[in-house]
Each structure stands twice: as C-alpha cells, then as structure tokens.
Ligand binder design. Structure first.
Ligand SMILES: NC(=O)c1ccc[n+]([C@@H]2O[C@H](COP(=O)([O-])OP(=O)(O)OC[C@H]3O[C@@H](n4cnc5c(N)ncnc54)[C@H](OP(=O)(O)O)[C@@H]3O)[C@@H](O)[C@H]2O)c1
Length: 426
C-alpha cells in the first residue's frame, strides 16, 4: 500500500478547464483559504487553458491563488495521469463523458495511490467501475467514490438522513427532485451532460447484464411494495406535479442501500425518484419533451441532429456555451423525500413485517443551482471528507457510492455549513 503522507497536493481538480471544473476549481480555492495549509492543484490537458482557469478563478473569488499548482494530464497519455495521481491525495475528476474517459483515470488513481471522487451521473459507468476496480482499490488502500455531484448526493444522503431521523425502519422512499419555490429565473445545462444523457439512453439495455455480474446475492424481499404511481401524479408531500426521473439517482441509492445491507446489516429501503414541477402545464410539456427526446435518440440520423444542434432540438435546455453565471444566481434546488415505514425497528434486516407501514416522515434537501454551484460544493466537501476522515470510510479502500462511503463521517453537517440544508418537513 502506497504512502499518502508524501504527496505534494491534498486536492487535485482534474478537468478544471471544463464548464463544471471551473466552478469546482473556484470552490476548492475558497475552501483552501478556510483550511490553512491545504495544498491543491488544477489539472487538465492544456496548459494555456489551465492558466486561464487560474486567472478566471482569481477574478471570481477575489483570492490571489498564489500557491495553486498546475499539472498537465491527458487521458490519452497514461503516464501523465499516473504522474498526476502520484502527487495527489484526492483527485476530483470532472472529465466527462465518463464512459469515454473515466476508467483510465480511476485506474491511474489506484496505481498512483490517489483517492478519487467524480461527478458522474452515468449509471452504467459507475456500476462498471464498482465491478472492475473494487478489489484493486481495496488492495491499494484507495477510496473511489462516484456520483458526488447533484447526481446523486441529495437523493443518496437525503435517504440516509431520512433513515437516521425515522423512529423505526423505513420501508420505501419517494424522492421528488425539483426547483425550490423561491427559485427565480431559468438556466440551461452545458452540452456535455446532453452527450452523457444520450449515450446513457442508448446503452440503457446493457445495464441488465452488468447488474447480473455485480449483484450475485439477492436482497431480502420486502413484504410491502411502495404505492404504485402513474406517468403523471400530484405529490401532496412535495407539493409538485411529478414525472418519472431517468437520471442516475435511483440506481445510486439502490446501490447504497445494498452496500449498507451487506456491510452494516442495515435494512434496505425501496426507492423511487421523480421530477417535480409546481405547474401542471410544465409537467405535461415535460412528458411531450421526454417522448420527443426518446424519439430523437432512437435513430442515428436524429441523434446526430440532436447532438449537432443541441439548442434547437432541446428548445434551449442544453447549450454549447453553458448557462450564463447570472442566470444561475437565482436558482435553488429542492429534493423532497417521503419515507414510509414503521415506528419500531426489527433487529434482523432479513425478517419481514407482518403489518403495513404505519408512519410517514418527509425531509427536504435544498441548495443553490443544482448543476454547478451545488455540484461544486458536493464534490469539494466529499473530497475534503476523504482527506480528513479517511479512517471512518469503509474498509481500507474500494469503490463506493456517497452514502456508503460517507455513512459514518460528518459530510452532512459540513454540507450544511457550506450552503446545503437538510430539514424535516413533517
Ligand atoms: N453530477 C452532476 O450533477 C453534474 C453536474 C455537472 C456536470 N456533470 C458531469 O461532469 C462532466 C463534465 O461536464 P462539463 O459540463 O463540465 O463538461 P465540459 O465543459 O465539456 O468539460 C469537460 C472537461 O474534460 C476535459 N477533457 C476532455 N477530454 C480530455 C482528455 N483527453 N484529457 C484530459 N481532459 C479532458 C476537458 O478539457 P479541455 O478543456 O481541454 O477540453 C474539460 O476540462 C460531464 O460528464 C457532466 O455530465 C455532472
């Protein structure tokens, strides 16, 4: 096992030149200011762009950034990735689509003894990394924690928070992801996330085989299934019209619940995730957009059109330039998690209840704009947690989801100190 004490940098932001990487680079610079002695570097494939990232971060944070390191690392040059990993205690990897670039970076981090967090929202990639790299990461004492952005920390840690405040066992969780009531304005999403979503939809069918390999032991079968929902319904708890949500949240929370059962003997909760909006008209529009999007991704010709003209074919939702910072400033997210369960706990997680759930609790996770400012807070605080509390993470290393990795750490309270709230609504 490599010696982490001899590393030059505590944190390295790889892909700092990207749209999201720039936000994370700025957040790391702010956190470094609050944590005396914290060392950090920005990494990417282009030195000139990295210099610009530093200049932009200086202007936006008002900090001098005198001690920031610069590391040139290209995914197509494995030696450069290993060189980066050898200098870092934790790499925050913002290079996407992860299905193209992620594995080489994870592999270099394991070999170079750097812990790794990413902001991937790609279930197939995340599960493949768990299947292929768990053992090697364990053997080398490296923690690899995926999906540490808006996908999927609010849903994953929100479920954990709900389980912690629940008087007994939680049977099922319904999570509704939406913008907060007090949110003003609307903003687009950067193009690379569209690319990830399109590729994810095309390869969705590959997940079944992958999961057969990954999950060899069955989970206990719950006696009570959650309430069935249609394609459009109103949630009284979230006060939103709800639609199915195909993002990575559900797959991440399911993995966390399984890991908690396997490692901690905790009873797994069933989870469903929806998008919510306060307007019925927007919800109906969302269904038509979903059908149109599915059609556009189904054929090579229409898919190429969608990726070539994202602004036109997503009605401005995805743009090549990314959203203007001023458009993000009024946005706030809200994830409402409704848990149904019992007022008592059964000791044995395999034992099933004979009476239906008798208690409902609702919690909310809130923060600034989901894609960028919140993602920067989630990723940076996740990396800081590994840095400061590695001894509380499971095993000596391995591949984990956020809720599985950070179960026994202070991540939730540190997020609360940095602009993310976890509250009990009911
Ligand atoms: N979890 C969440 O909620 C969340 C939120 C936002 C974004 N994301 C994900 O984060 C990823 C990045 O998104 P983005 O919008 O920031 O994309 P982006 O602006 O296109 O940034 C991509 C980054 O990857 C770098 N890169 C590409 N190829 C590389 C290579 N061969 N070697 C080294 N670096 C390389 C780019 O470097 P250059 O600048 O040199 O091209 C750039 O820094 C996507 O997968 C996106 O889905 C997730």
């Amino acid at each position: 096992m490599a010696d982490m004490t001899k590393k030059q940098y505590d944190l390295v932001v790889l892909g700092a030149t990207g749209y999201t990487g720039q936000f994370i680079a700025e957040e790391v610079a702010r956190i470094a200011k609050e944590n005396e002695g914290l060392t950090y570097a920005f990494a990417g494939r282009n030195k000139d762009k990295l210099d610009k990232t530093v200049e932009m971060a200086k202007t936006r944070t008002g900090l001098d950034l005198q001690n920031v390191g610069i590391i040139v690392a290209d995914v197509n040059d494995e030696g450069s990735l290993l060189n980066m990993a050898k200098q870092a205690k934790v790499v925050i990897n913002c290079v996407g689509p992860y299905r193209f670039y992620g594995e080489k970076i994870v592999s270099a981090c394991i070999k170079g003894a750097a812990n790794h967090v990413d902001i991937s929202g790609e279930p197939e990639y995340l599960e493949k990394v768990q299947l292929r790299y768990s053992k090697e990461a364990q053997d080398n004492g490296v923690h690899v924690v995926g999906s540490c952005g808006f996908d999927s920390i609010p849903a994953d840690l929100g479920t954990l928070y709900l389980q912690d405040i629940f008087p007994g066992d939680v049977n099922s969780v319904e999570a509704v992801v939406s913008l907060d009531d007090t949110s003003v304005g609307s903003a687009s999403i950067n193009y690379t996330t569209l690319e990830c979503a399109v590729l994810g939809l095309i390869h969705n069918k590959d997940l079944k085989k992958l999961r057969q390999e990954l999950y060899t032991t069955p989970l206990p079968k719950p006696a009570y299934k959650p309430e069935p929902r249609g394609k459009l319904f109103y949630s009284n708890e979230a006060e939103r019209w709800c639609l199915p949500n195909l993002a990575s949240d559900r797959s991440v929370v399911v993995r966390s619940q399984r890991l908690h059962y396997e490692l901690e003997k905790r009873r797994p909760a069933q989870i469903n995730v929806y998008f919510g909006t306060s307007s019925l008209g927007t919800a109906i529009g969302g269904i038509f957009f979903g059908i149109f999007f599915y059609f556009m991704t189904s054929f090579v010709f229409t898919r190429n059109l969608l990726l070539k003209y994202p602004e036109l074919f997503t009605f401005g939702l995805f743009t090549r330039k990314g959203p203007k910072r001023s458009d993000l400033s009024g946005l706030k997210f809200c994830v409402t998690l409704t848990g149904k369960g019992w007022d008592k706990k059964l000791e044995d997680p395999d034992e099933q209840y004979t009476q239906p759930p008798n208690i409902t609790k609702v919690v909310q996770v809130k923060g600034p704009d989901p894609g960028y400012n919140s993602t920067a807070i989630f990723a940076t605080q996740s990396a800081m947690t590994i840095l400061k509390e590695k001894d509380k993470l499971p095993g000596k290393g391995g591949v984990y989801t956020p809720a599985a990795a950070f179960l026994k750490t202070d991540l939730c309270s540190n997020l609360e100190k940095n602009g993310i709230s976890f509250t009990i609504k009911k």
